[in-house]
Design a protein around this ligand. Sequence first.
Ligand code: NDP
Length: 244
Amino acid sequence: MPEYRSALVTGGSRGIGAAIATRLAADGIRVALTYNASRTAADRVVEEITEAGGHALALHADSADADQIRAAADATGREYGKIDILVNNAGIGMGGPIEEMPIEHFDRTMAVNVRGPFAAAQAVLPHMPDHGRIINIGSVFADRTPFGTLSAYVTSKAAVAGLTRALARDLGGRGITVNNIQPGPISTDLTSADSHVRDVMTEATALRRFGTPEEIAGLVAYLAGPEASYITGATITADGGYAV
Ligand code: NDP
């Protein structure tokens, strides 16, 4: 078994996922990141990690497609010899009033945000040594839903919290920990560009600001590290006090 650690980060081309991949690589972990639409951005993240002396590769895998996820996990296993850490970060936020939301938007949200993490966990397990780590990125909206139009997204992120608890039970016997990070408002492409919504969200945090992708990446690094060895099945919120 190689001495180094390796990680698969889904949705690592932009936003929080790119920050997670960059942080794990800076910690000496070899990283594979998946992307769906943003190949150029994914290649740029790999380039920056490589220039900084790290190891990274980008793989195309639509998180809604279990076969593509399995192919990405197998490719990561072949390249690095194992997968110590899985970060289920890829996510979409399709919103809309319940009266008007096409059922296909609900299905797509669940496919990417819930089925994707389930499929990714299944796909990495043959490559994951005992004492591996699975870290899901949920959302504080699962606990506090601030306004309407979020039914599909909130349902998916509540499911991620449940999946986390169930997988912690499934995999505890192998010493594999499974945890769920629930970010609050973080500045990324996903966050509404609508300045009114931004102002409302900012005011709702105790810290009166959006968080940065790097602040979530730091928590991922902690959960992936040796000091977090007795944390499993947990949902940990990093929301600037949004839900207090
Ligand atoms: P962004 O929209 O900035 O980035 C999303 C990332 O996920 C991109 O790398 C994108 O890749 C990838 N992605 C989207 N769909 C797919 C797919 N079908 N298959 C593979 N990859 C995909 O979002 P954030 O960085 O803000 O969000 C990351 C995670 O954090 C999500 O799970 C989100 O729900 C969660 N979150 C974010 C919050 C925030 O305020 N930003 C708050 C709470 C939770 P590509 O462009 O290549 O398709």
